[in-house]
Ligand binder design. Structure first.
Ligand SMILES: [Mg+2]
Ligand SMILES: [Zn+2]
Length: 197
């Protein structure tokens, strides 16, 4: 069965978008945006709002990301065996350098960045609202798959996880699925996942 992985907080130990915003963006904008996610702002609106506060050169941020963003234990071995698809609400520009550092080549579905010195602009891969959740959503990224195992941790994984054959969840996604009474399996890292695939 195809394995589909979220990137931030799932492959990475800590959400790298949050880390970048805390290091290079405006902390107060970040706090405000996160509080308004869901009731008030869509995920795309939150991401656009947050990253507009980053004005650093992309090369500098990429170097920092390569230095500071860690992947969970066992990821490289897992990637070589299972060839997972990565679907992210983040950016190719911040994901691919980490994969390269780890010596792993995988298919990645993500957004793009226009790293303007006046404030970064998110270039989203789709603005098409999902028929189920009403927002652009990762369901569209897996539309070609009949069966898949989904591994995730957060807000952007909620809708797509409901479409998966098997769900591995932690943190906010696990809380969300538990509240809705949806079956999932908790996970800690990729050694743990590999043993259960
Ligand atoms: Mg995540
Ligand atoms: Zn959806």
């Amino acid at each position: 069965m195809k394995v589909v992985l979220d990137w931030d907080g799932t492959v990475t130990e800590v959400d790298s978008l949050h880390l970048v915003l805390l290091e290079f963006g405006d902390k107060s904008i970040y706090d405000e945006a996160e509080n308004r996610l869901g009731p008030d702002l869509t995920l795309h609106e939150v991401i656009a709002f947050e990253f507009a506060s980053v004005r650093t050169r992309l090369e500098e941020v990429v170097a920092w990301v390569r230095e500071n963003v860690r992947v969970r234990a066992g990821f490289v071995e897992f990637a070589r065996v299972h060839r997972p698809l990565i679907v992210s609400s983040g950016f190719h520009e911040l994901i691919e350098p980490v994969l390269e550092r780890e010596g792993v080549e995988l298919e990645v579905v993500a957004n793009r960045l226009d790293a303007s010195p006046k404030g970064w602009r998110a270039l989203f891969r789709s603005d098409e609202p999902c028929a189920v959740c009403g927002e652009p959503c990762k369901r569209a990224d897996v539309a070609g798959l009949d069966e898949f195992a989904y591994v995730g941790d957060g807000f952007s994984d909620r809708c797509v996880a409901l479409a998966a054959t098997r769900v591995f969840a932690r943190d906010g996604l696990a809380d969300y699925l538990a509240r809705r009474g949806v079956a999932f399996e908790p996970f800690t890292d990729f050694r743990d996942l590999a043993a259960r695939m």
